[in-house]
Design a protein around this ligand. Structure first.
Ligand code: AMO
Length: 430
């Protein structure tokens, strides 16, 4: 007999069905016992007559054959009256580390992360990763529809891409290598190598000494790079289009998961405001008495700015434009009209930076000169710089932090809740 997934029980034409999964809940009423069986698609109620259920323990894996019976009180409106039970995976614990079959989890986040193979079984926790999976699906679908090609680039690299000292070092035979902070150089190179438009979904590594609610040391970067652009506003248009596509996609693909979080996304977003950084700093000072660090805004500034933009424009998103050259990496295109400014931007969503992007320098001589201006040696990046000798189109791109986006979409408090197996300053396991 073939297995039926829980989500297909209701519409199945069969009267006897075989299901497999985990024992989610046991409710012993004496003469009969109700058991909730959980598989990857949902939960179904099983009804056991006295005797058959005696060997059951929470979370063991079972296979059951049963008759389908309508019962409006059961989850999904149907239950299975059990005829045969087979235990597929025994349980070997004294007590579970914490309960996962209640609406709320009592365990602290760190305890949940310590026991990830248990905490992820909780439907509401797993829902986060269904949403995350669909964000990736939407990213891929949206970009492929616009002739972008998916690429995979090395994560073991020889030099920094983003500047700063936030690199993990690796022993690479007799040499020192680094874990990639981003696919920045390679995505640019692939634009020039004839791909024109590329994207990558891959791990990025930051050896940042930040143990905060919004930093990871390994995260998934949704990277985009596009050739033959006019300026950085083409990139903002592209990302704005993606956000609209994403919201519509998630409403459709994750309706039940979003319902668990009481979320439904607006479709047809209000136009995302685009405000130069210096103006934002003035607004923060005038409206909230908030002083910003030179050439940027801080985490509190991001929250206040989002509050202002929501009240003024009704938008949860805001693009910050025109960052000073001193605050951006050496590959960033100067603004050209405003001295010492660049054609770069950040996207803030509900009080958190989720994206950095911008137009890049595409002229070989200009790139070399800018690298020198940054006090760096172009020869240290020769494979990258040399690729600009052979005709590089005007181009630019951006990168979205997948976990940050997931966290904010679901209004989670900590980025670790949106990470399957987080790596932070203290955590290298599980
Ligand atoms: P940036 O360094 O700003 O830009 O990173 C882009 C986005 O990645 C996410 N992010 C992080 N998420 C979690 N933990 C971290 N430690 C972390 N660091 C960054 C954020 C951030 O907005 N090469 C450029 C992008 C580009 O211009 O194309 C870059 O990597 O969401």
């Amino acid at each position: 007999m073939e297995r039926t997934y829980v989500c297909d029980i209701e519409k199945s034409a069969e009267t006897t069905l075989l299901v497999r999964g985990w024992v989610h809940k046991i409710h012993d009423l004496g003469a009969i016992t109700f058991v909730h069986l959980r598989d990857k698609s949902g939960i179904v109620q099983l009804v056991f007559d006295k005797g058959l259920e005696e060997s059951l323990r929470l979370e063991m894996c079972i296979e059951v054959q049963g008759e389908k019976v309508e019962n409006e009180k059961a989850p999904g409106g149907v239950e299975l009256s059990v005829r045969a039970l087979k235990v597929l995976g025994k349980a070997y614990y004294d007590t579970l580390p914490f309960e996962i079959n209640n609406h709320k989890v009592s365990a602290a986040l760190e305890t949940q992360l310590d026991h990830r193979s248990i905490s992820l079984r909780r439907p509401k926790t797993r829902a986060v990763f269904k949403v995350q999976e669909e964000i990736v699906e939407a990213f891929r679908g949206y970009l492929k529809g616009l002739r972008f090609s998916e690429i995979h680039t090395p994560k073991l690299i020889s030099s920094s891409t983003e500047g700063g000292s936030e690199m993990f070092t690796v022993n690479y035979f007799e040499r020192r290598a680094f874990l990639a902070q981003s696919p920045q150089f390679y995505k640019q190179m692939m634009v020039g190598a004839g791909f024109e438009r590329v994207f990558e979904i891959g791990a990025a590594y930051r050896a940042e000494l930040h143990n905060t609610w919004r930093h990871l040391n390994e995260y998934i970067s949704l990277d985009v790079e596009m050739g033959f652009i006019h300026d950085e506003f083409d990139l903002m248009d592209l990302e704005e289009g993606f956000m609209n596509y994403l919201f519509a996609h998630l409403n459709k693909a994750c309706a039940s998961e979003l319902a668990m979080y009481d979320i439904r996304f607006p479709e047809g977003l209000p136009r995302i405001p685009r405000i130069p950084l210096s103006e934002v700093q003035d607004i923060l000072l005038e409206k909230y008495g908030k002083k910003s660090p030179s050439g940027n805004i801080d985490a509190e500034g991001e929250i206040l700015l989002s509050q202002y933009v929501k009240e003024t424009y009704g938008s949860d998103f805001v693009f910050l434009t025109k960052y000073p050259a001193a605050k951006r990496p050496m590959y960033t295109m100067p603004d050209g009209t405003i001295p010492d400014m660049t054609k770069s931007f950040d996207l803030i969503y509900k009080g958190l930076e989720i994206t950095t992007g911008g137009q890049r320098i595409h002229d070989y001589e200009m790139l070399k000169a800018n690298i020198v201006k940054f006090g760096l040696n172009p020869e240290d990046f020769s494979f990258y710089v040399n690729s600009f000798k052979y005709g590089m189109p005007p181009h630019g791109g951006f990168a979205i932090g997948l976990e940050r986006l997931t966290m904010k979409l679901l209004d989670l408090d900590n980025i670790r809740e949106a990470t399957l197996l987080p790596r932070d300053m203290k955590r290298l396991e599980p």
